[in-house]
Design a protein around this ligand. Structure first.
Ligand code: ACM
Ligand code: ZN
Length: 458
């Protein structure tokens, strides 16, 4: 008891000293430059000093970079104390420069900060937008109490991979247009260049198709286990708005229309599309469902070609993702029409029937100038020439694809499934992901065009 007051005193003294030391460190390091740009730039040369983004700034850009200029101006104007002015009164000058004499590979750019100016240089709009992402990150990283000190630096950067995608599943869970725009903002912020938009599923059809209104009248809504109705869909105007928004940030939107499986919502809307023709509900649980498109019924192909024609009108991308994953063949095995197709086409069985299905859709799309992407199941039963494989069940599917001379995107569950818990996939693991596996020749490596992460939303 006697010692207690002095123990308390010592304890408080020790805590005060620790806090004081921490404070000291925070104050003295408050202006230390922070370089954590993600992904890490290819070359970064730091130099002494910083540019204080204070009061008035001006942004100058050639007409070609007007969209990036507007975006930068509104980003900076959103920061406290900053306002745009004319060049004569500006404390800080920011230039977006076009330099067609320099060669910038793969969305490349340079970013230079000195004590008076910031220069973002590229010869493409993609490049200037990637430069903008670095500048935004550098600004936010170097904020202290509402003041922004950009450290002087010279960055030379370019993309290691042509395809840097992120999937968003809007079928299991419906996201409003504004949420998708925020998702696109984040893609741009981290220099991803592709939104893979998962629009059709067992649990919901989300894209308006004029010729088949029941797809959204019926297929976009499900009855949940508690009896409530859940759903929604994107009108053609919504889709145009999202594509335009992404395009303004140099992000490509690739739509996914799942076939032949994950199609129960379409079958719920138009039961004649399945092998049995029986009425089914839009699925309200997660899983793999056996009500898939009938491969023996020509009206299914007419339906899909009509749907894809309207899809192609909305999406300027050269690619259409046709799914191809997790298609149980239970109904096909029992279906006279499917069995007739197998024998008429001289197919070995259900796997080859899936290949026939994919090939037929691929032929239609390629006649319309589009290349297909499919999950790695499209390898089963024979891979169509020119099809791009998205490898999700490990990297093996991608390896097999490039060995056939096809292109691949690596998207393995081990590193790229954002719906998995943090115990399975954490930030460090995702960041460390290298889409090029060991043991491939230089030519095979080139066929791997990049990686993609998936935000499934069951
Ligand atoms: C998938 O996760 N079924 C592609
Ligand atoms: Zn059938």
């Amino acid at each position: 008891m006697k010692n207690q007051p002095s123990f308390h005193l010592l304890f408080i003294l020790a805590i005060s000293l620790i806090l004081a030391a921490c404070n000291e460190r925070t104050t003295s390091s408050a202006r230390e430059a922070k370089w954590g740009i993600i992904p890490k730039p290819q070359k970064l040369i730091a130099s002494e000093g910083a540019l204080h983004l204070s009061n008035n700034f001006t942004v100058e850009a050639p007409a070609r970079f007007r969209t990036a200029e507007k975006e930068l101006s509104s980003f900076l104007a959103g920061k406290t104390q900053l306002s745009q002015t004319n060049a004569a009164h500006a404390n800080v000058k920011i230039y977006l420069l076009m330099d067609s004499m320099r060669s910038f590979k793969n969305e490349g750019y340079s970013l230079e900060v000195n004590q008076a100016e910031v220069k973002l240089t590229s010869n493409t709009e993609e490049g200037i937008h990637r430069a903008l992402a670095s500048l935004k990150q550098l600004t936010l990283l170097n904020e202290t109490d509402g003041s922004y000190f950009l450290p002087c630096v010279k960055i030379e950067d370019w993309a290691s991979f042509e395809h840097r995608g992120l999937l968003l599943d809007c079928s299991r869970h419906f996201f409003e247009v504004d949420v998708i725009k925020k998702y696109i903002d984040l893609l741009a912020f981290y220099k991803m260049n592709t939104l893979h938009w998962h629009l059709t599923e067992d649990q919901g059809w989300r894209i308006a198709i004029d010729k088949y209104p029941k797809l959204t009248e019926i297929g976009a809504y499900r009855t949940e286990a508690d009896g409530s109705i859940y759903g929604g869909f994107y009108s053609k105007e919504d889709i145009k708005e999202i594509v335009a928004y992404a395009t303004s940030k140099q992000i490509e939107v690739i739509p996914e229309i799942e076939l032949p499986g994950h199609s129960q919502a379409a079958v719920a809307a138009y039961p004649h599309l399945s092998c049995t023709g029986q009425s089914v509900p839009v699925a309200n649980d997660w899983g793999v469902f056996k009500e898939i498109y009938c491969a023996g019924n020509d009206s299914v192909f007419i339906f899909l070609e009509d749907v894809l024609t309207e899809v192609m009108e909305l999406f300027p991308s050269d690619y259409i993702h046709i799914g191809g994953d997790e298609a149980p063949k239970v109904r096909w095995a029992e279906c006279d029409k499917c069995q007739r197709r197998i024998s008429e086409e001289g197919l070995a069985g259900a796997e080859e029937l899936q290949s026939y299905f994919i090939r037929r859709i691929q032929t239609f799309l390629s006649e319309n100038g589009k290349q297909i992407i499919g999950w790695d199941e499209i390898l089963e039963g024979g891979l169509a020439k020119g099809a791009l494989v998205q490898s999700w069940r490990g990297m093996e599917g991608g390896i097999e694809a490039v060995k056939h001379g096809n292109q691949a995107i690596m998207s393995p569950t081990s590193h790229a499934y954002f719906d998995y818990g943090l115990d399975a996939i954490d930030l460090k693991k995702v960041y460390s992901f290298n889409p090029i596996p060991a043991g491939l020749s230089k030519e095979e490596q080139k066929l791997i065009i990049g990686g993609e992460c998936n935000m499934w939303t069951e």
